[in-house]
Design a protein around this ligand. Structure first.
Ligand code: NAP
Length: 485
């Protein structure tokens, strides 16, 4: 029998303020990755439903843009309060559809809610300007206006926070939206749409389409000429396809894509801090995070001790069903995700890596994978150039600073890097040389709603969160005013 949280969440598409079935009547199943059992069925949108959602967003755009910023701000603030007051229900829902342990799901609920609080504060601070032209003959007035109807696409790994990180600034800026969540984890998004309605969001401002046909539903939206902006979080591979589709109608695009994060542990690092930070960077969300530690470079003088201490910590973690108490590591999202992780481990071992702990596929139901530590990773193994997306720590050694900076930068990705050192000069020098949008300095956690989150190279375009988070949803408009003198 489904828990109450599953029964309570809406299971239909949300278009123009109305919950409705897909036109085709089709549904898709949402499964629990810890048991493989079906949790419920959700309406499965077709391209026709997608078109209706876009039309609803377009119809609501001008009145929403004209809504006073304070009103928009207070809707976000009320939604923040509701989310916080329902932390337990939302966390349980997320654990059931995605697998992360309840404690981490509670953490994500708090993180997700904070985007609404942050952007409720930004909504009333959108600025413009008025200056005198250099020749003194014109006044130059600059406004910032909403870009217009947006398409938001989110992945399954942070089902609530990836939605609020986009909806928050879109609401604050006065944009309407169509949101397409990942089909594995639509329930958190549907619950969020219900909360925003309760908080007073007008009909048509947020529309949600869940679909098993992402390509078929999204492409006509991007090529249709009515969507003005795409905000995508997901893999680099899909991001490139969508950028090409955006080119057709010059749709503005923000991209939060994959990572291949280096962790660098210098010989002067505080080892306790480095082990703790690496655990956070590696094991948050079972390693299924774009910010996850992917390549761990340890100075050769510390390598043995660091590997032993990390392996002890990994072995002490409890793997199991995320809804049960005391669980540190839940299942991976599905069999495909788990199979990919296991293949990367086998390939690394074939290329000479040593398995210190883990690395064996467990029997039984659920997509579980044991916390794993590998040492002696070579640059040629696939794991050195592939986002692992699982609880596998891949260690290799280095000798000096130039060598490790070059190795860390030898990748097409550039989302986040982590540096552990007690030398302030080195900390700043290396942080500036690393080709990534973010650096964690003596910490394994960088995500913060008040900070500009995002990557360089093939990890993305634009930033989400912080003051910069508004930029992608606003356009400049310049008005020339001749003054005659
Ligand atoms: P994904 O396969 O790229 O999917 C992301 C979203 O795009 C899903 O909603 C997916 O729906 C949709 N999608 C897939 N193909 C599409 C297409 N042709 N047209 C339109 N939409 C399409 O990524 P994922 O496996 O869900 O998520 C993991 C990836 O996200 C990792 O690479 C991770 O690093 C990245 N990520 C990045 C950040 C960041 O902030 N930089 C944050 C979280 C995750 P379907 O599942 O139905 O295909």
């Amino acid at each position: 029998m489904s828990p109450t949280v599953i029964k309570d969440v809406p299971k239909q598409l949300f278009i123009a303020g109305a919950w409705q079935d897909a036109e085709s009547g089709r549904t898709l199943a949402v499964d629990d990755p810890a048991t493989g059992e079906e949790l419920c069925l959700v309406a499965d949108a077709s391209p026709a439903d997608g078109r209706r959602a876009v039309e609803a967003a377009v119809a609501a755009q001008s009145s929403w843009a004209a809504t006073p910023p304070r009103v928009r701000s207070e809707i976000l603030r009320r939604a923040y309060d509701i989310i916080v007051s329902r932390t337990e229900e939302l966390a349980l829902l997320m654990t059931l559809e995605m697998g992360k342990p309840l404690d981490q799901a509670r953490g994500e609920v708090a993180y997700a809610a904070e985007f609404f609080r942050w952007f409720s504060e930004e909504a009333v601070r959108v600025d413009g300007g008025m200056t005198t032209a250099p020749d003194g003959k014109n006044r130059l007035m600059v406004l910032r206006q909403p870009v217009g109807p947006c398409l938001l696409i989110t992945p399954w790994n942070f089902p609530l926070a990836m939605g609020t990180r986009k909806i928050g600034p879109a609401v604050a800026a006065g944009c309407t939206m169509v949101l397409k969540p990942a089909p594995q984890t639509p329930l958190s998004t549907l619950a969020l749409a219900a909360i925003l309605t309760e908080a007073g969001l007008p009909d048509g401002v947020l529309n949600v389409v869940v679909t098993s046909d992402a390509a078929g539903v999204v492409e006509p939206m991007l090529r249709g000429g009515q969507i003005r902006k795409l905000s995508f979080t997901g893999s680099t591979q899909v991001g490139k396809i969508l950028l090409a589709q955006c080119a057709d109608k010059v749709v503005r695009a923000s991209m939060e894509l994959g990572g291949n994060a280096p962790v660098i542990i210098f010989d002067d690092a505080d080892l306790d801090v480095a082990v703790e930070g690496t655990m956070h960077a590696k094991m948050r969300n079972m390693g299924e995070a774009c910010t996850a530690a992917n390549r761990i470079f340890v100075h050769s003088s510390l390598a043995e001790e660091f590997a032993a201490r990390l392996a002890d910590r990994m072995e002490a973690l409890t793997v199991g069903v995320g809804t049960e108490p005391g669980i540190d590591v839940g299942p991976l999202i599905d069999d495909t995700g788990r199979g990919k992780v296991h293949q990367l481990v086998l390939d690394a071992v074939r290329h000479g890596a040593k398995l210190v702990t883990g690395g064996e596929l467990p029997d039984g139901p659920g997509c579980f994978y044991p916390p794993t530590v590998l040492t002696g990773i070579t640059a040629e193994s696939a794991i050195a150039q592939t986002e692992i997306f699982g609880p596998v720590a891949a260690l290799r050694t280095f000798g000096d600073e130039d060598e490790v900076v070059a190795a860390a930068n030898a990748t097409d990705w550039g989302l986040v890097s982590y540096v552990f050192t007690r030398d302030l000069d080195r900390a700043l020098r290396v942080s500036e040389r690393l080709e990534s949008g973010m650096v964690g300095l003596n910490t394994g956690l960088v995500s913060n709603p008040a900070a500009p989150f995002g990557g360089v190279k093939q990890s993305g375009l634009g930033r989400e969160g912080g003051r910069a988070g508004m930029d992608g949803f606003l356009e400049y408009k310049y008005i020339a005013i001749p003054t005659g003198n």
